[in-house]
Design a protein around this ligand. Sequence first.
Ligand SMILES: N[C@@H](CCC(=O)N[C@@H](CS)C(=O)NCC(=O)O)C(=O)O
Length: 330
Amino acid sequence: MVIGLHLSKPRIVVMTLPNSGTSPATSATQTPPPSLQAPAQSWGDHAGCILTASPMHASKLSSPVGLPIQSCFPSTDGYRSFAFAFGFLWTLELRTHLIRVHRLYSSLTMTLKLYGNPNSVNTKCVAVILYLKKIPHELITVDIITRKDNLLPEYLGKQPFGEIPYLDDDGFVLYESKAICRYLEERYGDHGPALMPSDLKAKALFEQAVSVEWANFEAYAMVAGVEGVLKPKFFPNLPFNKALYDQAIKTLSMKLDVYETILAKQKFLAGDEMTLADLFHLPYGELLAIGGNYIMTTKGPNVKRWWTAISSLPSWQAVKDKVPAGVVDF
Ligand SMILES: N[C@@H](CCC(=O)N[C@@H](CS)C(=O)NCC(=O)O)C(=O)O
């Protein structure tokens, strides 16, 4: 019967009780796997002995309890094979741990960093993609209202227009929210749903939808959002320009009539699949409702269906009020 098993490189010491007739192989938890077992003639042959793996050590070791010391390998070659196999497995184990440590270190030091602000519409434009694709990141808050961090020379070195957001991907710096979204989509293509087609014609229709958003939606929704929400909230000293607001809403309403006809034929702006072009509408579309204009849900049934589909995405719900600052892992 085995009363003790000690593994220490490169020795295995097995103590057996005197005259034990039971093979330790019956004790599965304490027995080395078959590949590592000593080619012992019989465990019973070693009864009453202290066993050591190395034949070289067997002769040099002194017994602590007065029992004879024997090697469980009849030959030095057998021991060497065992030591090699054991060392090999030990190296594999060490490698696994090193990979784990490396991954942990990488996740701590190489996280995507988004420099923006939890309240900023353009930061939200990028954030919804990060959440939809579950990309670990850190949002570093840039104060553009009080401290004006965005005008510091160090910031301008990264974003020369002094705007938020910009992305730092392990030293690679990119600004312009929509360019960042496209980069994330390509860089993390295997994360979450595909948001940009690769087929030539589908891609051309996607580019068309991106331009439609910019020229026919954002151009007017932004004016309405700035006048109706951002100015009163963040710049209360600036006067509300009602004429500008009304004109923006009037033009937007005409443009959304065209959206209604497009969306009567297809589910999304670039076809039947949701793309970045649809999601680009979210930040300024949301501002309209915050400012008390519900055109996105009252314009027509197809605009309403489309808007409801994109604005109810959990990833948008997670960031629409405030983008969580700090490190975010999924
Ligand atoms: N086209 C830029 C616009 C960025 C932008 O205008 N950001 C605003 C905040 S949402 C900003 O930084 N404003 C500060 C300023 O202009 O001083 C983008 O999409 O990234």
